[in-house]
Every structure is written in C-alpha cells, then in structure tokens.
Design a protein around this ligand. Structure first.
Ligand code: ADP
Ligand code: MG
Ligand code: MG
Length: 883
C-alpha cells in the first residue's frame, strides 16, 4: 500500500478524483499543484492510514514512518530548508482533511517544527526577531490547545498579564523580547499542566499532531456531525503536512479567503476577505476586521479599509487570474484560501464553495449559459431540498418594520422567532415546538445542533466567512452576522441593541438578505417563480419522465399548485371540504340520523356544496386530471367535542343533546386508524359515496361546458383491501354517472380507481386491477400498516430507531424502499400484468421527497403527487432521477 502522496513544484502524486483516499483538501492541493498553481510543497497521509489505525488498535502501518520521512525529504528538497535545521528551518502545518469538509475535526496546527534552536534560524532567515518569537508563541499555544489539550485561555491570560504589566493595549505593541518572554511563560504553563515539558523535537511534534488528527475522527463532535450528515465512520480522515508560508512577515504579506462568485447571490463577482500582515485563521477569528478583495465588495459592505484591488494590485491581478483558472478547471464555483508571503502568492486550499439556494440556482444557470456545463448538468447541480428555500416567503417589503440594527447579510431568507442565547436552549425550546432565533457572539462547531433547529441565527461578531455565516448558508438558515451594535450578556440572557433591551423569549425577525434585525414579527410574501428559477424548471421538465401532480382540495392550494407547475391533482381529500362551518352541521346531522332516509336528507343539503367545490377545482385545473378520493376518515372526527357544540348540533338535528353525546361515544373507536373508515363507510352507507359521486359528475358536466375543456374525473376509493369492496363501490359510482349523464344529456369519460394503502391490497393487486383503472399508492397509510407503526405515536421512539440504525431515515418522510417499497413494486407489477396501461401514482408525503421520487422513477410509476409547495422540488428531483 502507498500511504503517503506528495505534491508541490508543479507536480503531484494525487489528483482531485482521489478524494476518498486523500480527503477533499489533500486531493485538491494535489490537483492545484499538478495544474501549475503555486502550492507550498507537502504530502498527504491517506484515509487508509486512518482506517488501518482504527482497525489495528490505534497502530500505524509499519511502513508509515519511512513514508513520512520521505515526504519530509520531498518538502525539504523543494523548499531548500531542513526540518529541525538550526540555520534554515523548515516549518510545516498539519491539517486534517476528510472526504467531506467536517467541522469537529482537529484544528490546523501552524508553524510546527519550532523550538529554541530553530527559532533562531527562523529569525536569521527572515531577518525579523519579532516575527520569529511571535510565530513560536503562536505555535506553542496552538499545539498545546489542539494536540496537548491545554485550553487556549490559559495562554491568553498569560498574554493579558504581560500586556498589563507593560502597560500595552494592543498585541502589536509587543516587541520581540516580550514575545520571547511569553514563550518561556507558555512553556512553563505546559510543564505545570502536563508535568512534562513542551516537546522540542520537531519529529515528536509532527507525530503528536498526526496522532491528534486521527484521534479527532472519533471525538464526540465529529461523531455527531457524521450522524447529522450521513457520513460513514469507515471513511476516515487524511492528514496533510505542508510547508508553511507566512502572511505575517510584514506589510507585503497577507492572508485571505475568497469565493470565485458571490456565495450569497451567485453573482459573477469576485468575493472575499483578506488581512494584511496576518496568519491563517486571523481572518475568520473575528479579532481584526477583514478587508474586502474588490472595491465593489468594499462599497457594498460600507467598509472604509482599502480593498486588495487597491492595496496590492499586482497580487490581486494574480489571484483574479487563478480564480478564472480554477473555475474553468473545476467547472464550479470555488471557495479558496491563499497567503501572500513577501509579494508571492500561494494557494492553500480550494473546494466547491458552499452557497445559498439562490446562489446555487444562479450559478448553475450562469455556468450553463457560459458554456462551462450542459443544461443537464445544471439540472443536476441544484439540490432539490435546497430549492425549498426559494419557494418560501420573504419579508413583505411594504410591512412596517422596526429595525433594531443592521449586520452583515450572511445567509438570505427571513425568519421570526423567540430569542435564545445558547445552542442547548435552542434545542430545548425547539423540542417544545417554539420557533427560536439563536443569538451568539460568534458560533463554533459545538453550536451546530442549535443552529440546525433555529429559524435563524444572529451573531455580533465575525464576517461573511465566519463559522456562523458559512454553516447557516449550508443549512439554508437565514443569518445576520457581525452585528456589532448587539451587546450580548450570556449570564443574564439579554442583549442590548443601541440601548434597547431584548430578553430571552422576546420575538425578533431576521432578514438574512439585507442584514436587518427587526423587533417583533414581520409578515412575509411569496417569492417570484420566474427568471433563473423558471429556466431551471424548463430544463428539468425537458428531461423528466414522471409527471408531477399536487395534493390539493382548496381553490387556493389548487392555484398555488398550478403556479408551481403541477400537472393535475393527485389527491383531493373530500373530507377537508366537510369542515366548513356552513356544512359541518349537515355532516353531523347525517351522522346522527337514525336511518337511511335521515342520512339522505342531510346529504341532499351537502350535495350543492360539494358540487360547487368540484366545479371550482375543475375550472382551475383546466382539463388537467383531478383525482378525488371519496370520504376517508372515521365519522367521529366530525362530531362535536364541546358541550356547547353538542347542544348546537342537537338543536339543528332536532334531537336531544343526550343523543349527540351517546352518538359520540358509540362512534369512538379504540383504533380509529384501522376502524370504520375509508371504503368501509361506503360499504355501510353507500348513500354517502353516491352523493359525492353525483356531485363530482354534475360538477364535471358543468365545468366542461364552462371551460370548454373536457374534464375527466378520476374517482378514488380509499382503504380497499379486497376486490369485492371496490366492485361494490364501483356500482354506486357507475349508477351515479348514468343518473347524471341521463339527466344532463352529456356523457363524459371517467375513471374509477383505488388507493393502495393496505398490504393486502398490494398483494392482491392483480385481482384488484381487474376493476381498478388506476392505483394511487397512499404511502402514508401503507407505511403505517406495513410497519405497524402509527405515524402519530411514533415520533419519540423513531428518533431512537434512527440513531440505532434500525430505520436509516424517518419512514414517514422518506419511503422505506426495502419494505414498503417492495409492496409498491409487487402491486405495480401485478396490477400491470392484469391491465397493461394501469395508471400508477403515489400520493403520500413521500411524493415530495427526492429519494422517494428516485424510487418512483425506478419503479416506473406514472406520476408523483405532493403538497403544492413541493411541486418544483418534485419536478427537479424527477428530472435528476431520469438522468
Ligand atoms: P480548515 O479546514 O479549518 O479550513 P486549514 O487546514 O485550511 O483548516 O487551515 C486553516 C488556515 O491555516 C488556512 O486557511 C491557512 O490560512 C492556514 N494554513 C494552513 N496551512 C498553512 C500553510 N502551510 N502555510 C500558511 N498558512 C497555512
Ligand atoms: Mg481551510
Ligand atoms: Mg389513507
């Protein structure tokens, strides 16, 4: 096995495709080096070493020592310096790098290789004693924190002590001798804490850091992150060891981070931040205010500090050239890290940049227009789940708002919620069903859980590339970062914004697109669905095979569905129409009736309402298919629960209130999900289904005349287990059709089909298809009945089930493809064997879930039906499934 891959000086043993072996960072360092970009020489210890390490009781492979030595020699040769050399020392960074970028892993250690001997060499070769001792103390602090586990605050205290001793305010006031003194104080602290000295030997330092990277793979933070993001433990992490370059050797030095395009909007502008005379993470640490790369960025963010374009024009030009090289090469927006050492630019990292949904969309479309990718690739570039954010409301621009302050627009979208100040509180409150806004001075990887459940995130410190900003964009949470006028008091759980106090639990609104922090809740409006969004949908529609319908019963839902491009209604739940206050009284009257005559009387009153509903739906849908499910829920759901309601019903029905009460008792079931519902109602009270069918046909006739479009109603019988049930109901529906067609003189096509939502129905599908003209998989009930798990009672244990790997995902959100999926496959196969053209659709919650949509594509269903807001997601997911 080859355990170590080198890179540098225009060559590399690895490539970008080798992310599994080299981790993302290592693979891209190799790639950049191979295509001739300036990358400090280094080597990558592979993820297989990590796997080997854990498989063998934390032992390295025997050949690793020699391979690492060869790697060091490779760097030494290119850099012309020696690791541990007294006059010309080589310093390195040790950087972790998994396949997917992963917070929770070991932090990078910089300046490794320094000790009392090599520091003299560094001072001699740089000609800068202050720089030398500053680098040394940074190294001790970082290494002690990250590798030795001595918290950095111990070192910060020593620094503060020294500053107050000397009467200094700023770190910049410290002289070489001060830093030198601090180095020995730091070492004393390490001795005190560990009972042994800080390691002097560069090789011991190196192996300590390498070991720390591999150990961090199994720390709690990393484990949690992997669980949240479905990253398998078996992947392991790689370790990168790389020659140091210094951005902190003077004013011709700098360090920074950049995106090849604006990660918030996707606009084709160079976007980034840098600091002159600074090292590594100074930029994201929020200690100094970073400066912008371009004048545009500077103006936009009202910065007064010079842009890199102005301060270092030649270096900027070189960086801008590399920006274009990287975009062309990777054919995607890049997020890069760079350092300038004495007017020489070095690239330290590149990767596909995290971006907001809006940016993802714009970048995909622009890259296709620029000829960098095809239309189909553009379709594959946008994550359907991310699209969700674009479909959700933004703040109503005309609504009044009390702006408390404006921070950086770090992640767009709007959110209101109650303020909490810790990630833990966010999780607690969210569990109670509260919408929360997480407010922090700055965030760190420990806060991930809280950020996940928060509606939005507000920080008082940090820039557009701070942890909060990057993570929020990835999660699609609105985020306002670096709102400097927000003063947070964690102890008292309050924040003060320009004199105004906001306590825990107070409601605020964040507008992540403008950076505004607003008091109270602000109303929102629907987003635009044209432009790039429309283009992407067009390209998606061009490749997808599955049709997409919506689950809708109200005119509003139907209109939304149409505006999102639904190609019909896959599920219209008629019972929702019964709850209207004008109708519920007749529904209850029907339920309370003693005999068929009484029921028919009430049903006659309901009929015109039902007809009206359907006329409106058919009219909105303009001849597109509409599948109407006849009454499904158990009747007691319609009965009154309060005494007052019972009295009212009794009066209207002309019965005693006792009768109402006893009816409610009589109708209550111990397991209503498996009780008197679905077609079982139609079997016992055919007149209910008869009324609904008449209403549907009369409406179809009326709407066909009015719109000039022929309506073809699809009538769906729920909860069928046997063919006989369906046959009985079909007789009722057919009779209603003849009656209406006879009376109106108009004959229309219609279809009678069934939901497949019971395992028996799936198994007997061959027989059922003799009567059914279509199947619609009701995967909500089919999941409940197949798994024997009630959706309403399972939330608390399903979480444990997922954690223990019993069901990988919530089976009610994403189809259990192995179990429920097999029933769907069986039913599809058996049904189509009987009736070749049998139309198949899915109408459960799963119809809007991308993974389930892939399954529907593979199974050869004709359409998916989902909630109106998810229609575009389903269109995109269906396209991706077809590609
Ligand atoms: P992360 O994965 O957290 O981004 P990195 O390994 O990229 O960690 O390191 C963080 C920062 O440390 C980099 O952005 C860079 O500024 C600095 N750094 C890492 N390696 C070197 C190096 N060889 N020379 C100079 N700076 C470095
Ligand atoms: Mg980095
Ligand atoms: Mg059902």
């Amino acid at each position: 096995s080859k355990w170590v891959y080198t890179f540098g000086d225009g060559r590399a043993e690895g490539r970008a495709e080798m992310k599994n072996l080299l981790g993302g960072k290592g693979a891209n360092l190799a790639e950049m080096s191979a295509i001739g970009l300036p990358v400090p020489a280094g080597f990558t210890i592979t993820t297989e070493v990590c796997t080997h390490y854990y498989a063998n009781g934390r032992q390295y492979p025997a050949e690793l020592t020699a391979a690492v030595e060869a790697g060091i020699a490779h760097i030494e040769q290119i850099m012309g310096a020696g690791f541990g050399n007294a006059t010309n020392p080589l310093l390195v960074s040790v950087r972790s790098g998994a396949r997917a970028s992963m917070p929770g892993m070991m932090d990078t250690v910089l300046n490794l290789g320094l000790n009392d001997v090599t520091v003299a060499g560094l001072i001699a070769s740089s000609g800068d004693a202050r720089f030398g001792w500053d680098s040394y103390r940074r190294f001790i602090q970082m290494y002690s924190d990250v590798v030795l586990g001595i918290d950095h605050h111990h070192f910060e205290e020593l620094l503060e002590d020294l500053k107050s001793d000397r009467g200094y305010d700023l770190d910049t006031e410290l002289q070489a001798d001060d830093w030198k003194e601090l180095v020995s104080a730091y070492k004393g602290k390490v001795q005190e804490k560990l009972g042994r000295p800080f390691p002097d030997d560069p090789r011991e330092q190196l192996w300590g850091a390498v070991g720390a990277v591999f150990s961090s793979w199994m720390n709690q933070r990393a484990i949690t992150y992997r669980r949240l993001h479905d990253i398998p433990e078996s992947w392991g992490t790689a370790v990168n060891v790389q020659a140091m370059v210094f951005g902190n050797m003077g004013d011709d030095c700098a360090t920074g981070v950049a995106f090849t395009r604006d990660p918030s909007t996707g606009e084709n502008v160079f976007y980034g931040e840098y600091l002159i005379n600074a090292q590594g993470e100074d930029v994201v640490a929020g200690i100094r205010t970073p400066q912008h790369l371009t004048v545009v960025g500077k103006d936009r963010n009202h910065s007064t500090l010079p842009a890199m374009e102005e301060a270092m024009p030649e270096m900027f030009a070189e960086l801008d050239r590399i920006r274009h090289v990287l975009e062309k090469h990777y054919r995607d927006m890049q997020d890069m890290e760079f350092t300038i050492q004495r007017n020489k630019l070095w690239m330290l990292q590149t990767r596909n940049g995290k971006r907001t949904s809006a940016a993802a969309l714009k970048i995909a479309i622009d890259f296709a227009h620029e000829g960098l990718i095809s239309h189909q690739e553009a379709v594959l570039r946008v994550d359907p789940a991310q699209l969700d954010q674009l479909l959700h409301p933004m703040l109503d621009p005309n609504a009044p708002r009390t702006i408390l302050t404006t921070g950086l627009p770090a992640s767009p979208g709007a959110a209101s919620g109650r303020v909490v100040f810790t990630a833990e509180d966010a999780e607690d409150w969210a569990r109670r069903g509260e919408k929360v806004i997480l407010v922090r001075i700055e965030t760190s990887p420990e806060d991930i859980g809280g950020m996940h459940v928060a509606e939005g995130i507000l920080t008082s410190r940090g820039g557009m590339t701070s942890h909060a900003a990057v993570v929020a964009r990835g999660m699609g949470r609105p985020c306002v970062a670096g709102a400097g006028s927000v003063r947070i008091n964690y102890a008292e759980k309050v924040m003060t914004i320009l004199g105004r106090e906001i306590k825990e639990g107070d409601t605020v609104t964040l507008d992540g697109s403008s950076g505004q922090v607003i008091a109270g809740e602000v109303p929102t409006i629907q987003p635009e669905l044209t432009g790039d969004f429309g283009t992407l949908m067009e390209w998606a529609d061009a490749v997808r095979r599955l049709k997409v319908r919506a689950n809708a019963e109200t005119p509003t839902d139907a209109r939304t569905a149409r505006s999102f491009g639904a190609e019909g209604i896959g599920l219209c739940r008629t019972e929702h129409m019964f709850f209207d206050p004008k109708r519920i009284i007749h529904v209850r009257q029907m339920i309370l009736a003693q005999d068929e005559a009484g029921r028919r009387q009430a049903l006659d009153k309901l009929l015109p309402y039902q007809r009206e509903d359907f006329v409106e739906l058919f009219t909105i849908m303009q001849g597109l298919p509409v599948t109407i499910r006849l009454l499904d829920p158990p009747l007691h759901e319609f009965l009154p629960h309060t005494e007052e309601d019972m009295r009212e019903v009794a009066e209207a029905a002309g019965v005693d209130v006792k009768a109402v009460r006893s009816a409610a008792i009589a109708l209550s079931e111990s397991n209503p999900m498996l009780g008197h519902r679905g077609c079982r109602l139609g079997v016992t009270y055919p007149e209910i289904y008869e009324m609904q069918a008449i209403a549907i046909f009369e409406a179809a006739v009326q709407a066909s005349k009015a719109t000039g479009q022929t309506v073809v109603p699809e009538i769906m019988i729920p909860l069928v287990a046997t063919r006989r049930e369906l046959d009985l109901m079909k007789v009722v529906v057919d009779a209603a059709a003849s009656k209406v067609f006879g009376a109106t003189g108009v004959t229309l096509d219609y279809a009678v089909g069934t939901m497949i939502e019971l395992p028996r129905a799936a198994l007997r599908a061959g027989e059922i298809a003799e009567s059914a003209e279509f199947f619609s998989f009701g995967t909500n009930d089919l999941t409940q009945t197949t798994l024997g798990i009630s959706r309403d009672d399972s939330a608390h244990f399903l979480e444990t089930y997922q954690r223990k790997g019993i069901y990988e995902k919530d089976p009610f959100a994403s189809l259990d493809q192995e179990g429920v999926g097999e029933l769907v496959q069986i039913a599809a196969e058996r049904g189509r064997k009987t009736r070749a053209g049998l139309k198949l659709g899915i109408c459960g919650e799963h119809g809007g879930d991308p993974a389930s949509i892939h399954f529907c594509e593979q199974t050869g269903l004709d359409y998916v039906s989902c909630s109106p807001f998810r229609v575009p997601i389903a269109r995109l997911a269906a396209a991706q499934a077809a590609l």
